[in-house]
Ligand binder design. Sequence first.
Ligand code: FAD
Length: 440
Amino acid sequence: MLDTILVWFRRDLRLHDNETLWQAAQDAKQILPVYCFDPREFGASRLLELPRTGYFRSKFLLESLEDLQRSLSSLGSNLYIVCGKPEEQIPEILKQFPGQTAVYALEEFATEEIGVQKALANQLAKCGSQLKLFETTGLFKTKDLPFAVDRLPDVFTVFRQKLEKTLKVRPEFLSHNLKLPTAKLAEGSLPTIKSLASEAPITNLKPCLQFVGGETQALKRLNEYFWSKDLLRKYKQTRNGLIGPNYSSKFSAWLALGALSPVHIYHQVKRYEKERLANESTYWLIFELFWREYFRFSALKHGSRLFYKNGFIKNTKVFKQDKNLFKSWQSGQTGTDFVDANMSELALTGFMSNRGRQNVASYLCKTLGLDWRWGAEYFEMQLIDHDVYNNWGNWSYQAGVGHDPRDRTFNIERQAQTYDANGEYTNYWLERPTPQLKLF
Ligand SMILES: Cc1cc2nc3c(=O)[nH]c(=O)nc-3n(C[C@H](O)[C@H](O)[C@H](O)COP(=O)(O)OP(=O)(O)OC[C@H]3O[C@@H](n4cnc5c(N)ncnc54)[C@H](O)[C@@H]3O)c2cc1C
């Protein structure tokens, strides 16, 4: 048994089904839960120099941390907040604790995050400690895959079918109610929203859902969507909607920060299938979660190529870098109403439906022929549910440099007619001009 394990919370801001926390509680006399605000995550993006984390996600993150702090306190523990690079801050903290120590944390697969993990492991080794990583963001772990990750199929359907045939989702870790003897440390305070991001845009238009960060709200939303409002029953029919809280689950924002476990969602769907009904909607929600698995493993396989203009393909595609055209897209002034309405919703609320995202992404990189990575960077800043694997994976897919073997272009007019036939959505979001960012 180790003396102290520092549990480094990253995008796993929850107590339920948290293997890292559960294992730390088994392996140490005392734990030390820490969250680290890494300035690089709030710095400028690579191409457009946009803030990487904008207002909506910063606010959601602060709410999530407050909630985790409250939950840990109710178990007699705490969450210590530090600001700085994890590879510098964490070894400094550990120096205050004599005896055998380790750091337990979620394992990330994207290039930068892997870099941070490696740097931290090196620093810890120098002071006789070690980093142990746990794959807790998905339904499956790399070691469970029926193929080596560098053999990940290029086509999603092949991946999904292989997994559906061979893999079982693991049971949940019972980590929500643990006894957590906790080491004492001077408590840091959460940064203010002002110090993280610029002001929220002013609007009286209603977001599709009032997103509030944290595990408590995540579990409440799941309970509402599955059980009290019974919306899961019709998910397959409603999921391409555009208006209001209920056409889709809206789990993505909580999933992105790990406030909701996908394994918990999976087992709740299975319980729903036993207690209420199993139909194509219950199947389809899990189907969508498989996309999330796919993009995460794809990031591990392809490494930094996920962020290259030509992605994973061998041919060279031409994408323009025209700043005025890009501005017209970002600020919802392309003149194509369905695109403009969606861009307005995103700018004013931090959210856009999946249908909207597909259309505006296709419009940017196929119709306007612009560099898809500019779009991905804007989404990274603006989306409340930004997730590096899902955002960059979906963008490269839409741009035809990722996983889409068909490389389709959306017919926006036809899409608008199909999904917004009476113009209700478009009229609502075009009522107000979209705030224009100072971009270049
Ligand atoms: C250009 C583009 C960028 C995107 N960026 C992100 C992002 O940064 N973060 C993010 O979570 N999703 C992203 N998506 C995927 C998808 O649009 C959102 O997951 C979905 O709209 C979230 O709403 P929901 O939770 O109500 O989804 P639901 O329809 O209720 O689906 C349930 C869950 O399944 C997963 N899922 C559904 N569709 C996809 C998909 N295409 N790819 C991966 N996972 C999926 C999500 O975790 C989602 O929460 C992007 C899609 C596109 C086309």
